[in-house]
Design a protein around this ligand. Sequence first.
Ligand code: ADP
Length: 353
Amino acid sequence: MDDKAVLSALATIKDPDLNRDIVSLGFIKDLSLSGSRVSFKLELTTPACPVKDALKTQCEDALKAIGFSQVDVTLSAQTRGQVRPETPSTGLIRNMIAIASGKGGVGKSTTALQVAKSFKRQGARVGLLDADIYGPSQMLMTKAGQPTAGPNSMMVPPLWNGIKVISVGMFQSKANILRGPMTAQIIKQFLTQVDWGELDYLIIDYPPGTGDIQLTVSQLVPLSGAVLVTTPQEVARIDVLKACEMFQTLKVPILGFIENMSYFTCDQCDKKHRFFGEGAAKKLADEFSSTVLAEIPLSNTLAIECDKGVFDNTDTSNNALFDRATSMIASHLSTLHMQKANVLDNFSLEWRA
Ligand code: ADP
């Protein structure tokens, strides 16, 4: 048995999101054969790949079917994204994701934090940028310390359980009186003068609303996409609708919707009590041809643990909901990057011909 036989067996396996086989996608690395044993690295486009375990099993099955007795597949990931060389610090941030809402109080900061924690749990390199100038809360919810001065006038963000955190609240106490251009300037500094290092995902806790500030920031930050947070109420949905229109106008891809405080399940019964109505995220997703990434319940442990700055949520059912959401976000971003790369590949082929 040789490399060719192995690769042709593996080429029958398709990544369902990217809709191409895993060999032509370049996922097979460090292939090594020894008698009836084969080992290789399966290098995915994100550590949060939703089908990583299924792909691993398919590889093992395909190679056992052609006679290998031992198949060692090591999962790894090289996160795809836009590498931006124009500024020293954004150069190594592969994906910038806005967590946005139409209005305050819907749980946007809570969601941004849980999304960052979920990516971290799944092995990604993560930063959390709290740009919510009206009520920066990530300092409280993460208990991250203060940034320190690094070389070349760069700021080094504090690390909280492996997540690099910068909050507008770390710098001044009058954040709520900032105007659009000033805010934009500060956010720009956060991108260009903070030593983020190499990040797979920078999660941005976005200022809520759709006014001058949000517009200026959206024009300035090279966002890979936006996740919109709503509660089930119609008033929240209508404001999120405006935020979606803003992102659409600016050609920022909408990655999906998270409905927070969606329902409550009491200790005594399994019924989901939907106090605030139903279907806001679904309606938005249909309207923007997008996806409901998660419905997050009202959860007292989530609220209490966020206040206390706890990293490991005791209610793991919430973790599972966020992990599913981040997997969907990650695979959406991988697909977008792959589509862009394909356009460029095709262009250069035609150009050469
Ligand atoms: P926003 O950023 O939209 O203003 P926050 O994330 O700060 O909202 O949340 C507002 C309050 O609601 C916080 O006290 C937070 O702990 C609480 N909260 C958010 N989501 C939930 C939830 N799913 N269950 C219970 N409390 C929540």
